[in-house]
Design a protein around this ligand. Structure first.
Ligand SMILES: NC(=O)c1ccc[n+]([C@@H]2O[C@H](COP(=O)([O-])OP(=O)(O)OC[C@H]3O[C@@H](n4cnc5c(N)ncnc54)[C@H](O)[C@@H]3O)[C@@H](O)[C@H]2O)c1
Ligand SMILES: [Fe+2]
Length: 389
């Protein structure tokens, strides 16, 4: 019998957030209100080049707040970069952090904050609820509509020795404030918009199908599926269309509120290994794996996946027609990812058949797998990678 989740005792976390045109320019005021006296600004080279970091620096200057910029952050931020950022933070005497950028600078900033206050190596926080002390005060200004690290209780960092992405899940990494400004995303190129948008879609699908879902997260997850599927192509074709960008940003925010509280599933568990092994764009890995994981999960939660199909605008058949429903949903997901320009196989990205057992062993230990609607064996996971190879 399906459990009635309405009465389950649940706690939800989300930071204070500001959404709208001009939000990035509030960074200085928020830092001042949090008591900052010297701010570490964590960003990356691309975000500086496209002018988003400048908005934050101007805002700090308006408040007369001294700052130090740390920009040595790769996409798929590395453990050594987090440790170097923490060293800079301590050396410069910074007492608060503002992250401006996509998921990579934001996760790096979360890592820096907890390394500084706990005086431990970043890898020691891996897993769920393993961060004893809260990090430094943290404000996030997202510049992609994808990761939603600005509202999530996740920090994902590449462990360079084990070649995997370690997941830190803790309410101590929920930022103090998220300043969500759709205008910052108008400089994203075609591919970046596609990859990050499909990451947001995957967050929504996985949160809705998660066995830790709840009425609160369902509401956000389904609306995120609607917003992202209806606006992704428009945002890609007209990058400066602020309304399309705002709807994508809202979709990403909703997906973030959903997955931060319902956690994710096998797509992310399998994608983290790929990102760690080959440094591939996170959203691209998810986009390739999504249809194969949904195909494997469908029978476990046909009603849930039917609702996802409806939110995607697919012509879903009658309620009891599971094989028709599965097919219609997979076709809709394939159509959207192909139209967004993602049409490649893992082998084209450098993944080799002999990598699969090791990748599957890592995925099996990823915390995101715990909330997948059905359990997977190592053979199941190898099978999914093979379908995407
Ligand atoms: N913490 C979480 O909850 C969470 C959730 C999902 C993904 N992630 C992680 O986030 C990372 C991916 O983040 P992402 O997809 O946002 O990309 P990213 O931060 O890795 O950035 C990718 C590239 O886009 C550029 N860029 C960023 N904003 C731009 C803009 N507005 N205009 C032009 N260029 C811009 C950057 O300079 C960079 O070169 C991965 O490491 C992933 O594992 C974290
Ligand atoms: Fe993601």
């Amino acid at each position: 019998m399906t459990r009635n989740k309405l009465l389950d005792l649940r706690k939800f976390v989300a930071p204070e957030f500001v959404f709208g045109d001009g939000a990035a320019g509030l960074a200085g005021r928020y830092a001042r209100n949090l008591g900052a006296r010297r701010v570490l600004v964590v960003t990356d080279e691309g975000v500086i080049r496209h002018g988003c970091a400048g908005l934050v620096l101007e805002s700090l200057a308006r408040e007369g707040l001294p700052n130090v910029v740390f920009q040595e952050v790769s996409s798929n931020p590395r453990d050594c970069e987090v440790m170097a950022g923490a060293e800079t933070c301590l050396r410069e005497g910074c007492d608060a952090i503002v992250a401006v950028g996509g998921g990579s600078p934001m996760d790096c900033a979360k890592g820096i904050g907890i390394v500084v206050t706990n005086e431990r190596h970043i890898s020691s926080f891996e897993g769920v609820d393993n961060v004893p002390r809260p990090g430094l005060p943290l404000i996030c200004v997202p510049t992609t509509s994808g990761s939603s690290a600005d509202v999530s209780q996740f920090a994902i960092v590449s462990d360079t020795s084990r070649r995997l992405k370690l997941a830190i899940v803790s309410k101590t990494v929920v930022p103090d404030a998220a300043l969500i400004d759709p205008r910052t995303t108008t400089t994203m190129g075609y591919e970046l918009t596609a990859h990050t948008g499909l990451d947001a879609l995957t967050h929504a699908v996985e949160a809705y199908a998660s066995n830790a879902s709840s009425p609160v997260t369902d509401l956000h997850a389904l609306e995120a599926v609607r917003l992202v599927s209806a606006n992704l192509l428009a945002a890609m074709r007209a990058p400066h269309d602020l309304e399309a960008r705002a709807r994508m940003m809202l979709g990403s925010l909703y997906a973030g509120l959903a997955f931060s509280n319902a956690i994710l599933g096998a797509v992310h568990a399998l994608a983290h290994g790929l990102g760690g092994l080959l440094d591939l764009p996170h959203g691209l890995c998810n986009a390739i794996l999504l249809e194969h994981v949904v195909a494997a999960n469908y029978e476990t939660a046909p009603g849930r996946y039917r609702n996802i199909g409806l939110a995607l605008g697919a012509a879903m058949p009658e309620v009891g027609d599971h094989s028709g429903g599965r097919q219609a949903l997979l076709e809709a997901l394939r159509r959207l990812t192909r139209e967004a320009g993602v049409n490649c196989r893992l082998s084209e990205l450098g993944v080799q058949r002999e990598d699969l057992p090791e990748l599957a062993a890592k995925a099996l230990c990823d915390p995101c797998l715990v909330t997948n609607p059905r359990p997977f064996t190592i053979e199941d996971i190898v099978g999914i990678y093979e379908k995407a190879l």
